[in-house]
Design a protein. Structure first.
Length: 415
C-alpha cells in the first residue's frame, strides 16, 4: 500500500502545539527517566541518529505499531514551523512491534534541517527534532566535526566559565557550518546528576546546533548507582532520550560507524561496587556479542560497496577487554572481541580512521593501517596549568579524509 500524507501549514502549527502539551502530560506520568524521555512513537530517524536524504529520494522510517495507523507525517522547518512538507510513505512492513516505511521527500523540499512530526489516527502526536536533513546533492568537498567529552555541568573550578566554554565551542561549531557532528560520548559525569545532565545536554545541543549530530555514549552516560534509594541505570536514560547506543550512516561514498565501546553488562557498570572498582571496568572498553555481530555485518557490507569507512567511539579500542576473565569473587569470561580481532576486521574492511575521546588529549597514532585520532575534551581538560578545550575539524574531498585540525579555546577566548 502506498499512502501519501497531506497536511496544511496551519494544521502543522496546531500539531506542534499539541505535541508540546502531550510531552508535559507524558513526562508527569512516566516515572523514572520521565524528565529525559524524548523517544515515543517515532523510532527512526532520531535526534541522535538523523537521516541525511537527497530531495526527491527517501529515508527509512520506523514507527511503533502499538498506536493506531499514522494519519499524517511531515517535515517541519526547525526555524519556521509554518514551513511543513508532507511525506509519501511506501513499502510498509511490520516486525517485532515496529512498522517500517520508505519515506519519500518531494524534490521541491528546500535544503535544510527538519523536525519529523507525526499524527496518528487516535489523535496522538509525536515529534523528533533535528532528525532529517535534506540536501540537493552530496558535496565533494566538506568538513565534519568530532566532538567529545563535553561533560555538561562538571568542573569545580570556575563552573560558570566552564559552561561558557562549552557554549562557545558549540557556537563555534555552528558558525563553521559542518555537514554534521560526530559526538563520541561523555555528556555528563555521575548518576546522581543524570536527571539534570541528560535533559540539559539534549536542550543545549538542540538549541545551539542547526546541523545533524550523530551520537554514541561514553562510560559516564552508562553508569549504574545502587547507593541511592532506588537503582539508577544510565543505560535506561540513554534508551529513552537518545535511543540506539551504536549506529551507522552513509554520506555518498563514505560510511560512518558509531560504536559503543562501553557495552558492558550491568554487573560491570556499577560505579560504586567494590569488585567493579578492582576490575577497573568503569574506564575500560568492551563490545558485547550483539554489537560485535552487527559491527562485522555492517562493516563487511560497506567494504563490499567500496566505501571509505570511518569510525567514531569513546574509549580507545586498544582497551577492549573481550576474552578476558573479569572479577575476583565470581569471575566472568567476557565473550566480546579482543583488540586483535577488532584490528583484523579494521584491516580487512580497510577502515580509514577511528575518532576517539575518553583521554581528553589530542593525539594521532596508527593502528595497523588505520589512523586513530584522539580529540581534546570539550568540557574536561587534563592540563590544569594551561587549561584548554576544543574539538577536531575533519576535511573530506572525493570521499577521502584529506586533513584534520583542532580548534582549541581557553578562558581568554570567551566572547
Amino acid at each position: 500500500m502506498v499512502r501519501t500524507m497531506k497536511i496544511s501549514r496551519n494544521r502543522v502549527s496546531l500539531n506542534v502545539i499539541c505535541f508540546a502539551a502531550l510531552l508535559v502530560i507524558f513526562s508527569a506520568s512516566a516515572g523514572q527517566c520521565s524528565a529525559v524521555r524524548k523517544i515515543n512513537q517515532i523510532k527512526e530517524p532520531l535526534f541522535s541518529c538523523p537521516a541525511i536524504v537527497l530531495s526527491g529520494s527517501g529515508f527509512d522510517l520506523k514507527l511503533e505499531t502499538d498506536s493506531l495507523p499514522v494519519k499524517s507525517i511531515f517535515l517541519v522547518d526547525i526555524k519556521n514551523n509554518s514551513n511543513a512538507f508532507p511525506l509519501e510513505l511506501k513499502n510498509p512492513s511490520d516486525s517485532k512491534g515496529i512498522r517500517s516505511y520508505k519515506a519519500i521527500v518531494s524534490s521541491d523540499v528546500p535544503e535544510g534541517l527538519y523536525n519529523l512530526a507525526a499524527e496518528f489516527d487516535n489523535g496522538v502526536t509525536d515529534n523528533q527534532p533535528h532528525s532529517v536533513r535534506v540536501i540537493k546533492k552530496y558535496k565533494k568537498q566538506y568538513h565534519f566535526i568530532h566532538l567529545t567529552d563535553i561533560h555538561f555541568n562538571a568542573g569545580k573550578v570556575m563552573p560558570e566559565k566552564r559552561n561558557a566554554i562549552r557554549q562557545q565551542l558549540l557556537r563555534d561549531i555552528e558558525e563553521s557550518k559542518p555537514e554534521f557532528v560526530l559526538f563520541s560520548g561523555d555528556l555528563g559525569l555521575y548518576p546522581k546528576d543524570y536527571d539534570r545532565d541528560y535533559e540539559d545536554s539534549y536542550r543545549r545541543f538542540k538549541q545551539e546546533l542547526s546541523v545533524p549530530i550523530f551520537m554514541v555514549p561514553g562510560n559516564h552516560e552508562f553508569y549504574i548507582d545502587k547507593t541511592e534509594t532506588s537503582d539508577i541505570d544510565g543505560k535506561s536514560y540513554w534508551d529513552v532520550s537518545y535511543g540506539p547506543a551504536y549506529n551507522s550512516f552513509d554520506y555518498d561514498g563514505m560510511h560512518y560507524m558509531g560504536l559503543n565501546t562501553f557495552d558492558w553488562p550491568a554487573r560491570w557498570r556499577d560505579r560504586y561496587n567494590e569488585e567493579v572498582k578492582r576490575a577497573g571496568t568503569t574506564g575500560l572498553a568492551y563490545i558485547g556479542p550483539e554489537q560485535w555481530e552487527w559491527m562485522k555485518s555492517d562493516m563487511a557490507k560497506a567494504a563490499g560497496s567500496d566505501k571509505t569507512i570511518v569510525i567514531y567511539t569513546h574509549i580507545p579500542v586498544e582497551l577492549l577487554q573481550g576474552g578476558r576473565r573479569i572479577g575476583t569473587v565470581n569471575q566472568e569470561k567476557m565473550p566480546g572481541p579482543t583488540y586483535n580481532k577488532v584490528l583484523k576486521i579494521f584491516e580487512k574492511a580497510g577502515v580509514s580512521h577511528v575518532f576517539v575521546g575518553h583521554v581528553h588529549i589530542n593525539s594521532v597514532r596508527k593502528l595497523g593501517n588505520t589512523t586513530e585520532m584522539l580529540t581534546l575534551g570539550a568540557g574536561h581538560t587534563n592540563r590544569d596549568s594551561d587549561p584548554r578545550w576544543g574539538y577536531r575539524i575533519i576535511r573530506v574531498f572525493n570521499n577521502k579524509i584529506t586533513g584534520t585540525e583542532t580548534h582549541e579555546i581557553t578562558y581568554t577566548d570567551l566572547d
